[in-house]
Design a protein around this ligand. Sequence first.
Ligand SMILES: C[S@@+](CC[C@H](N)C(=O)[O-])C[C@H]1O[C@@H](n2cnc3c(N)ncnc32)[C@H](O)[C@@H]1O
Length: 226
Amino acid sequence: MPVCQWSQSQGPAVSGGCHSWGMTNESDRTVAVGVDWDAEAAGFDEEPDHGLRAPEVRLAWAERLRAWLPERPADVLDLGCGTGSLALLAAEQGHRVTGVDSSPAMLERARAKLAGRDAVFLTGDAAAPPVGERLFDVVLVRHVLWALPDPARVLRHWRGLLRPGGRFVLVEGVWGIVTPVGIPADRLTALLTPLAGHVRVEPLSAQTVLWGKEVSDERYAVVATV
Ligand SMILES: C[S@@+](CC[C@H](N)C(=O)[O-])C[C@H]1O[C@@H](n2cnc3c(N)ncnc32)[C@H](O)[C@@H]1O
């Protein structure tokens, strides 16, 4: 079982969502191991596409989210929510957000960022979120699915958390050139096709403003309605 260790020069740096992650390749999947997300939390928002601090980057993500999320206020489940940057944009657009992350330090920042908003944050595993019998209109995930063991199984579980007419909004990619990691759009759409009535892929690599820099690797969003 080969193990690939990222270096900043090889791959996605931090804006790919996986700098310094240890990777274990197991034929059809790549699993990020050994990342101390609590240690990453303090500096996480310094990357343009993480903290969304630059107005033009923030606006670009807000516009994309507005296009991907329902027009009416919806229940959004943000899995692997990190510091809550996308959760905040969704809340600002009138949605009710439940964020789940396994890192208490990430969640501490998310709770502070969304203080006073219609949002709750839970500590737990994104693959099996601790939401009981609750159902949601949207499962929103950015830069997390690719690193979870057995994405096919995880997607089936998430499908069960969606109301009829609900949707997946998944922002993923393949980062790096020497030893690329991630999940290609065609693989993700193949996994979603049996679970969703309509699957739409939106390429994002050319949207420089989203990343705060030019990128040459594969970045995309999938909106899949069930
Ligand atoms: C690359 S960051 C993405 C954060 C956020 N989705 C964003 O786009 O800004 C990955 C996040 O997933 C969380 N995470 C990783 N594996 C997880 C798991 N199995 N369950 C819950 N959270 C997880 C990490 O703690 C971290 O906050």
